[in-house]
Design a protein around this ligand. Structure first.
Ligand SMILES: [Zn+2]
Length: 109
C-alpha cells in the first residue's frame, strides 16, 4: 500500500472532516511544516554570515586571524536566529535594552 502524501492525506481528512480533531491535527501539521520551511526566526543581523555551529564560527575566526596576523580580535556568539555569528569584540552585538523610564511629573501632588 502506498502511503498518503501530505496533500492526499489532507484531502482525505477534508473529505471526512467530521471530527474537528482532524482539522486541528492538520492545522498543527501545516503550522509545523511552514515553521520548518522558515527554519529559523528572523535574524536581527542578516548581514552577518551565519554559522550552524560554534565550531564552524571558531574555524572561520581562526582563518580570519591567520589572514590578519592576529590583529583583529574576534569572537562568536549565538544569535537569536539560532545560528552563530562572528563579531569583533569591540562592537556591541545587541542593542542595549532601553531602561524602563518611570514617568516623572505625573505625581505632582
Ligand atoms: Zn543571526
Amino acid at each position: 500500500m502506498v502511503p498518503f502524501s501530505d496533500d492526499e492525506l489532507e484531502a482525505f481528512y477534508r473529505e471526512i472532516e467530521a471530527r474537528t480533531a482532524y482539522r486541528e491535527l492538520m492545522e498543527n501539521r501545516r503550522a509545523e511544516r511552514s515553521a520548518r520551511r522558515a527554519e529559523l526566526p528572523d535574524c536581527p543581523t542578516p548581514d552577518k554570515l551565519p554559522f550552524t555551529s560554534p565550531a564552524a564560527a571558531m574555524d572561520s575566526i581562526e582563518r580570519i586571524k591567520a589572514r590578519t596576523f592576529g590583529t583583529v580580535s574576534l569572537r562568536y556568539y549565538e544569535c537569536a536566529c539560532g545560528r552563530w555569528h562572528i563579531t569583533s569584540s569591540a562592537q556591541l552585538t545587541h542593542r542595549p535594552i532601553a531602561p524602563v523610564r518611570r514617568r516623572k511629573g505625573k505625581k505632582k501632588r
